[in-house]
Design a protein around this ligand. Structure first.
Ligand code: DGY
Length: 425
């Protein structure tokens, strides 16, 4: 069974491989996506290390001069996706979007180095990527934390990767829709519309894109100009974990300045995460930066926070909350609390299970010594694959496969889970 699943997963990676980058899935997502690529590299690393490094190199070859790494790189023309480069108009040599995505690169590169069979290849490629990843992290703290709080804000839901999370509902009321140019969605032609974000949400996504475009994609202006500024604990946890991993890597490669600065970012981030903790719900919450208030929405963001080196009592509380959720669904981890009114088991980030998030939560909790719940998450993830194949996401009750199929990062995580033991640090 294990061998067979790995074989199927490899075939998906090969099928979605476009030579120097992979597409997340055929049709629905025909370009290179930032965090998809970095997580997919983990899958490649088990059978083709050179190809794994190329995936991340290609992404960073399209880094912006200010340090940002865009969320999409439009390597080839494809009118099957909206919004394409003609909407973003960022003026980059290879067209890209103008916003970013969760900073998983630092974590992924460290993992590639740790497990490298070809040590020389790994040292060369990691040494070249180190200052680039560091420049991205510095960009985050400069442009998305202008007040120096220790935590960065996202300015568009697409940056979190959790496009239509319940977390954004109230803040999204503040985003207008006047002046949105007419558009034709393409996602609903590739995937079941009832599994995707709504039209009202899309209008606001595009309003934000047009707003940032009108400011010339100048990242010294976008944060303050955005009516959507949210501090997402999961997004910050990924950045903190990557900063901490980058610090370790920089020490190994003898680059002390990057090591010290990265260590500082991680320490400040972990301390500042305390401001997002909710004793009442037993997890971290998002914060609406424009009002300073916590958003009382029990989503997976506050559980993904366990991916960062958070204090042991917080990890324990997250493990307890996951255990409770585990009594309510067949498959952990639902992307929203099934007891909440807004929960929707089939609609994208409002309830379904995502394997990449499961992987990161399990990895973090394993390191914190919460092995039992981490193992349950891994077992549930693999049961989903056995029942329903390599989908984009799954109904946590029925395991119904949703969204795109033959999905690259789902396949990559299956290879990752089946090829290595997650062990306590
Ligand atoms: C989409 O198009 O669905 C993406 O999530 C935006 O990156």
């Amino acid at each position: 069974m294990t061998e067979d699943l790995i074989k199927q997963a490899k075939a998906i990676l090969r099928r979605n491989d476009r030579g120097s980058y992979t597409v997340p899935t055929h049709g629905l997502y025909p370009f290179q996506w930032n965090w998809d690529s970095c997580l997919s590299a983990l899958g490649f690393s088990h059978f083709d290390e050179e190809r794994a490094w190329t995936e991340i190199d290609t992404l960073f070859a399209n880094q912006w001069p200010d340090g940002m790494v865009p969320h999409i790189v439009f390597h080839e023309e494809d009118d099957g996706y909206f919004p394409g480069p003609d909407v973003w108009r960022t003026g980059r040599p290879v067209p890209t979007s103008g916003i970013t995505q969760p900073a998983v690169a630092g974590f992924a590169v460290r993992r590639l180095v740790d497990r490298a069979r070809d040590r020389e290849l790994a040292a060369t490629r990691a040494r070249a990527l180190l200052p680039r990843i560091h420049a991205w992290h510095e960009w985050f703290y400069r442009c998305r934390d202008p007040q120096g709080t220790g935590l960065v804000a996202i300015i568009h839901p697409w940056e979190s990767g959790r496009d239509n999370s319940v977390d954004w509902d109230d803040v999204f009321d503040r985003v207008p829709t006047d002046g949105v140019e007419p558009f034709n969605r393409r996602d609903t032609q590739h995937a079941n519309p009832s599994h995707r974000p709504t039209q009202a949400q899309y209008e606001r996504y595009i309003w934000l894109v047009q707003r940032f475009r009108s400011l010339g994609w100048d990242n010294t202006k976008l944060h303050d100009a955005s009516p959507f500024q949210v501090v997402d604990p999961g997004f910050n946890a990924i950045l903190i974990r990557s900063s901490s991993d980058l610090a370790d890597l920089a020490e190994q490669l003898d680059v002390p300045e990057i090591a010290a600065q990265s260590r500082g970012h991680a320490a400040r981030g972990v301390a500042a995460m305390e401001t997002l903790w909710s004793d009442g719900i037993g997890q971290y919450l998002c914060q609406d930066r424009t009002t300073g208030t916590l958003i009382k929405s029990p989503s997976i963001a506050g559980l993904l926070a366990g991916f960062a080196p958070i204090p042991a009592p917080r990890a324990k509380a997250i493990a307890e909350r996951l255990t409770t959720l585990g009594g309510q669904v067949d498959h952990l981890v639902p992307s929203h609390d099934p007891g909440a009114r807004e929960f929707d088991s089939l609609r994208y980030w409002r309830g379904p299970v995502w394997l990449i998030v499961n992987y990161m939560i399990a990895d973090g909790l394993m390191r914190s010594g919460e092995a039992a719940i981490a193992q349950r998450i891994i077992n549930d993830s693999l049961r989903l694959i056995e029942r329903s194949g390599f989908a984009e996401y799954y109904d946590p009750h029925t395991a119904e496969p949703c969204g795109g199929d033959q999905f690259t990062w789902t396949a990559a995580i299956v290879i990752e889970l089946l090829s290595q033991e997650l062990t306590p640090a």
